[in-house]
Ligand binder design. Structure first.
Ligand SMILES: [Zn+2]
Length: 375
């Protein structure tokens, strides 16, 4: 992996970069669509390429359970299994174990849990997480961590952080595949000093890049912003910074200004399936009756496949009649909107006027009352 910072904005910490990985080059800041089950729901890899996605995220917990690593291995790895030849990032499975599974026990060794499908008993350790991620064969893999629930008290967060640092060191030790790079994950809850301790501990171990974890878990947005900015500022400038599991378009625009390089979130795909699309003015619920005779595209001037060929009235009709194409068109538009947002942000940083871009976008975009969350 090679990461090069290309432009540094003058008025904010925003920057553009070039991330060179085993399966290709990613321009940063970038947004990774989420392909939990080795598919970005309802769209093909060709459609992902058409919207401009350069990298996607897949999920260790889910793929480790179904279909299991042997089958993916026999297929020649995740890229060939899912027919996507550009970069992939897999998360460590930690977040899903803590949020989805029926947790039995957390020890120094790892986590014992019952999965959310068959209820069978499993143990996930740092070594096991890395073993699964190496078998999947993603370009970027993540250290195994505990993401403390929100809210958690300071004592719990402290203990959890110590454990996460131990697990980070063990993840690092287990990582042997030189074609993949390993990122550490910053935790420390909502406490600045613990965030700092986390960054220092991870830097001592040494990682190719750093995830900012433990945010967008239910805390107020202002607190998320404050801690994302603080944490991004602590991380080494020459390494990629990945803010995990966020967010809505306005959140991304604000957080790019903190110097974040990589994002992932289920929002564009999940909202699309629910009949909500993003425009420069904010979220629009296209399934609403108000659009039944509206023959404009989802967004005037949008270059996506859905907007070039279909109208609000038609897509609303598809939602109204439960047609699968409705989900696909809304998803394609939302993914294009996110990639276009990244392209525009990168251009603004190159031109050195990110502040003006951010201000203009946020003035026009009505914030969604609902929040981004993780898969
Ligand atoms: Zn569109």
């Amino acid at each position: 992996m090679k990461f090069t910072v290309l432009n540094q904005d003058s008025g904010t910490a925003a920057r553009t970069g070039r991330l060179e990985l085993a399966h290709g080059v990613v321009d940063t800041p970038c947004f990774m669509p989420v392909g939990t089950q080795a598919t970005v729901k309802s769209v093909t890899p060709e459609e992902l390429e058409e919207v401009g996605a350069q990298m996607i995220l897949a999920n260790t917990y889910h793929l480790g359970l179904r279909p299991g690593i042997e089958i993916v291995k026999n297929a020649g790895g995740l890229h060939s299994f899912m027919h996507w030849d550009r970069p992939i990032l897999t998360d460590s499975g930690g977040y899903q174990v803590f949020s989805l599974a029926d947790l039995r026990e957390i020890t120094e060794e790892g986590v014992v849990f019952r999965d959310h499908i068959a209820g069978s008993l499993h143990t996930l350790t740092p070594a096991k997480s890395i073993e699964i991620q190496q078998a999947l064969g993603a370009d970027v893999i993540m250290a195994f961590d505990e993401c403390p629930p929100y809210p958690s008290d300071r004592d719990y967060t402290c203990q959890s952080l110590d454990l996460t640092l131990q697990w980070a060191a063990r993840s690092r030790k287990s990582h042997t595949d030189g074609r993949q790079v390993l990122f550490g994950i910053v935790q420390g809850g909502l406490h600045r000093d613990l965030r700092k301790k986390s960054v220092e501990g991870l830097e001592e171990i040494g990682f190719a890049g750093y995830g900012i974890g433990g945010l967008s878990v239910g805390e107020p947005r202002e607190i998320m912003y404050e801690l994302a900015e603080y944490t991004a500022g602590l991380l080494p400038a020459e390494k990629p910074r990945y803010l995990m599991g966020t967010g809505t378009p306005d959140e991304l625009v604000s957080q790019i200004a903190f110097g974040v390089d990589m994002f992932d979130c289920t929002v564009p795909t999940r909202y699309g399936r629910n009949g909500s699309v993003f425009t420069e003015k904010g979220k629009m619920v296209v399934r609403n009756a108000g659009f039944k005779d509206d023959h404009r595209p989802l967004e005037e001037g949008c270059g996506c496949y859905a907007c070039r060929n279909y109208t609000r009235a038609y897509i609303r009709h598809l939602f109204n009649t439960g047609e699968i194409l409705a989900h696909r068109l809304a998803t394609i538009h939302n993914l294009f909107f996110y990639q276009e947002l990244m392209r525009n942000a990168r251009r603004a940083i190159e031109e050195g006027n990110y502040s003006a871009f951010e201000k203009k976008f946020l003035e026009g975009f009505k914030p969604t009352s609902d929040r981004s969350d993780r898969r």
